[in-house]
Design a protein around this ligand. Structure first.
Ligand code: PGA
Length: 253
């Protein structure tokens, strides 16, 4: 059975104090996770160590960095390497979020390098893909997303992709309050799985967790996560509210 994941993406929000309070409130919330489910917290770099201490001993709670460098080490002022993340016991890295693609010009080729460097360090990428509004309106979202996967992932081996995590995040639904309908999410998730299946076979495709992201909240999580090819969510705004995010975690199927 593939993993179901509720992943928080705190983005560039919260002071250290507020981050600690949010995590304390979350840990005090009634959360039930079955053995194939995980709650992942994508927190800003400076808080990774302290949040890791807060979730210590919580087996199904894990950390994610929101980005990493495509370089391994050296004179890259301001960058954070995968070895640094590994040395502070961060298991996941969000790669290719649309905000990184848009504001920091991350191309499919650079993202392929980031995925590779994660694998070299033994970190698990959460690879983001998704189309902008004009692409959806032109009706070319399927080939657009397919191309993102091809250019950043298709050099990987089947073994590397087994159990991989992808987040489909239509840009028009991020932070806009406008969620894709559960049918739109399912349609794209099934497409992604078919594309992966055609290249790597159904066993690998069926092992990959495909998360939906874009205005997920407690009120819509159950319906979206209930779709057969939706294996959880990557959640921005609603992950900053303990009651919302705990309800979203409890909506995993
Ligand atoms: P949102 O963000 O839930 O605030 O729409 C999702 C994301 O960008 O990961």
């Amino acid at each position: 059975m593939r993993k179901q994941i509720a992943a928080a993406n705190w983005k560039m929000n919260l002071s250290l104090e507020k981050a600690a309070t949010l995590m304390t409130d979350l840990l005090a919330s009634p959360i039930e996770l079955s053995p194939n489910q995980e709650a992942v917290f994508g927190v800003p770099f400076p808080y990774l160590t302290s949040i890791n201490q807060q979730i210590a001993g919580k087996k199904q709670f894990s950390l994610a960095a929101q980005n990493c460098s495509n370089k391994s080490s050296g004179a890259y002022t301001g960058e954070v390497s995968v070895e640094m993340l590994k040395s502070i016991h961060v298991p996941y890295v969000i790669i290719g979020h649309s905000e990184r693609r848009e504001y920091f010009n991350e191309s499919n080729a650079v993202l392929a390098e980031k995925v590779n460097i994660c694998f070299e360090a033994g970190l698990k990428p959460i690879f983001c893909c998704g189309e902008a509004l004009q692409i959806r309106e032109a009706g070319t979202q399927n080939s657009y997303v397919e191309n993102q996967l091809k250019e950043s992932l298709f050099h990987l081996t089947a073994g590397q992709l087994k159990g991989f995590v992808i987040a489909y995040e239509p840009i028009w639904a991020i932070g806009t309050g406008k969620t894709a309908t559960s049918e739109q999410a399912q349609e794209m998730h099934a497409h992604i799985r078919n594309v992966l299946s055609a290249k790597y076979g159904s066993e690998v495709a069926n092992s990959i967790s495909i998360l939906y992201g874009g205005s997920v909240k407690a009120a819509n999580a159950k319906e979206i996560f209930g779709q057969p090819d939706v294996d959880g969510g990557l959640v921005g705004g609603a992950s900053l509210i303990a009651a919302e995010f705990s309800a979203i975690i409890n909506s995993l199927k």
